[in-house]
Ligand binder design. Structure first.
Ligand code: ZN
Length: 361
């Protein structure tokens, strides 16, 4: 899933506006192609859900891209002469000393069922490939706390959820913050998610959200089955040349748990996927993916388990010098304009970032 934005919402919104304005100008005036010659590194784009199946209604819009939009992107990518690679293929190219200037990598996090039902036909139609990072806990009927959170948020709104949490939370400062959320619903939601991610004791958060979810009539197993890929769908995707990568069992913020727990999470998802697919799995994506969401222990565990690469959600592109266990990605969703996407691929924002104007998100 996407990380919580790391900058205040207002600053973030201004950056998005400037980025959009620049991309429209470059796209409309045909300027973006001028940047392509100095494009630096391979862009890896991060998506989550594809299409709008009813069972994913409770998931937030920033995790979704429509079938229509993705089809259009795939057409534009092809028309611009780019080829798609998996993360594994990109890293292998780096290992061979190649710098694939004409490549783009599409990745899809968490392992949603729509990646099989909606995405796979789109990729086949476009003769494209991708990497899907699968969280394996839901296939055993376990949803992570964020699903409980999104589901209760969808049904009750942030203020009611915060009130219910405040009745039970132990830390007094968190209780106080939960009871004084901003009046603006967007700001309230942002603050509530920040408190849940970084202020509440993780075990307490998980327990309370699950309790609220169940009290509100949520059915964890049914929801997990309807929303996530199962082993059969993973095998079908793998058979079509789509790379399946690991994304932990329960989508924890790895830096918030000890090394033993981290290993259980990472190795657990690796072994699950290897047993379902019948071959080794070499790529990993960090849950949430910001640098503070993993630590040195995580890197050691990944090395020890033989992962060839691990990818973050930190902005930027990748080349042979990018640390293999800290690859970079660019997040996209339905709200991203096509002009923005194509400017990313042609290296427009990278060009500005190298000159001190960082408009990457
Ligand atoms: Zn994720």
């Amino acid at each position: 899933m996407l990380p919580t934005p790391s900058v205040p919402p207002m600053k973030h919104r201004l950056k998005l506006l400037l980025r959009r304005w620049l991309s429209v100008v470059c796209h409309a005036l045909g300027l973006r192609g001028l940047f392509r010659g100095s494009r630096h590194g391979v862009p890896v784009i991060m998506f989550h859900n594809v299409g709008y199946p009813k069972e994913t209604d409770y998931l937030p819009g920033h995790m979704k891209v429509s079938e229509r939009k993705l089809r259009r992107l795939l057409r534009l990518v092809r028309r611009a002469g780019y080829r798609t690679l998996t993360v594994g293929q990109m890293v292998e190219a780096f290992e061979r000393g190649e710098q694939p200037q004409d490549a783009v990598v599409l990745t899809f996090d968490d392992g949603y069922r729509d990646n099989h039902d909606v995405l796979l036909p789109l990729l086949e139609e476009a003769e494209a490939t991708a990497t899907i990072f699968v969280q394996t806990g839901p296939m055993k009927g376990h949803l992570n706390w964020l699903h409980h959170y999104f589901w209760v948020l969808h049904h009750m709104g942030p203020v009611r959820v915060a009130e219910m949490l405040a009745e039970h939370v132990e830390r007094p400062h968190v209780r106080r913050d939960l009871r004084s959320l901003p009046a603006d619903p967007v700001k309230a939601e942002y603050e509530l998610k920040r408190l849940l991610k970084y202020e509440i004791v993780p075990e307490e958060r998980d327990r309370l959200l699950e309790q609220i979810f169940v009290e509100a009539g949520g059915d964890e197993r049914a929801l997990a089955e309807s929303v996530y890929l199962g082993p059969d769908e993973c095998r079908a995707l793998d058979a079509k040349g789509i790379e399946i990568g690991a994304h932990t069992v329960n989508h924890l913020i790895l830096s918030t748990v000890d090394a033993t727990k981290q290993r259980l999470e990472i190795e657990g998802s690796l072994r699950d996927l290897e047993s379902w697919l019948g071959h080794s799995v070499k790529s990993f994506a960090y849950p949430y993916g910001r640098v503070w969401d993993y630590d040195d222990d995580t890197l050691e565990i990944l090395k020890d388990l033989g992962f060839q690469s691990a990818i973050t959600a930190m902005p930027g592109t990748n080349d042979a010098s990018t640390p293999r266990l800290e690859l970079r990605r660019l997040a996209m969703c339905e709200d991203s304009s096509m002009a923005e996407v194509m400017c990313e691929l042609d290296g427009v924002f990278g060009w500005f970032a190298r000159r001190g104007v960082d408009l990457r998100v």
